[in-house]
Design a protein around this ligand. Structure first.
Ligand code: NDP
Length: 251
């Protein structure tokens, strides 16, 4: 990835942060995007010097998304890779999911991904670059109690496949990664208490056939592979990285 010009959303935490670290460690130039400037600054400080800069933006706001793409492209001198990792998770079944919650989840997890991809297309055409979207096992499989989240991720998967077809003639590749449970701030930010999270992680050992949950760095490795020339003939894929979780059925 040496010299690659990369924009990573959700770079203040978890999978996005690990991805920014990995890309920067491989010699890429990284624009790190998230809402919280202080958390972004902490994340950027951990990277090799002069490999990254931060852009505080709420990517669900159209003007913010436009500004962050403009700033990133200006400072990077173009764009080779867009990684859409920003996202949130809130629980709720069909009776509990308010329209406000539905909109919030769909706005960040799907609409903002679409918007940033749309903004990136002219720059990716120039570089014959690629997009990696962070989807989820919940895009590929159905789970009760996280309705809007599952729908948003299924939308990301179809967005990935359809746009891959549309952008292939321009040499732009679009792929997604579909992680199982990964240890990040996602669940606590979504309202899960510390005790409940510990119990969830413990239970997840049983629901993931390899007997453990994942780490953000493992997902970052797959993102970096899909973004790289080594994956030059892969597009429109939704790639599971979940310890076998997507293979299982309820019994
Ligand atoms: P984290 O909560 O650790 O990170 C989420 C990131 O998204 C943060 O950097 C947050 O930064 C950013 N973010 C949230 N809302 C916005 C917004 N409106 N504008 C800009 N940035 C935003 O969670 P993960 O690292 O786990 O999540 C990354 C992706 O991975 C998500 O799409 C999630 O759905 C997906 N995923 C996670 C799994 C897991 O088990 N952890 C499993 C499968 C998929 P800030 O708060 O500073 O804005």
């Amino acid at each position: 990835m040496s010299g690659a010009r990369v924009l990573v959303t959700g770079a203040s935490s978890g999978i996005g942060r690990a991805t920014a670290e990995l890309f920067a460690g491989q010699g890429a130039q990284v624009a790190m995007v998230a809402r919280r400037q202080s958390a972004l600054a902490d994340a950027a400080r951990a990277l090799p010097k002069d490999c990254a800069f931060t852009i505080a933006a709420d990517v669900t706001r159209e003007a913010d998304a436009e500004r962050c793409m403009r700033e990133a492209v200006e400072k990077l001198g173009g764009l080779d890779v867009l990684v859409n990792a920003a996202g949130i998770l809130k629980s709720g079944d069909i009776t509990q999911t308010s329209l406000a919650m539905w909109d919030e989840m769909l706005n960040i997890n799907l609409r903002a991904v679409f918007h940033l991809m749309q903004l990136a297309v002219p720059h990716l055409k120039a570089s014959r670059g690629s997009v990696v979207n962070v989807s989820s096992v919940t895009g590929l499989r159905s789970f009760p109690g996280v309705l809007a989240y599952c729908v948003s991720k299924a939308g990301v998967d179809q967005l990935t496949r359809c746009s891959a077809l549309e952008l292939a003639p321009f040499g732009i590749r679009v792929n997604a990664v579909n992680p199982g449970v990964v240890v990040t701030s996602l669940h606590s930010s979504g309202g899960m208490g510390a005790e409940q999270y510990e119990a969830f992680l413990e239970r997840s050992k049983g629901t993931h056939p390899l007997g453990r949950v994942g780490q953000p760095q493992e997902v970052a490795e797959l993102i970096a592979f899909l973004a790289s020339e080594r994956a030059a003939w892969i597009t429109g894929e939704t790639v599971s990285i979940d310890g076998g979780r997507a293979l299982t059925c309820a019994r």
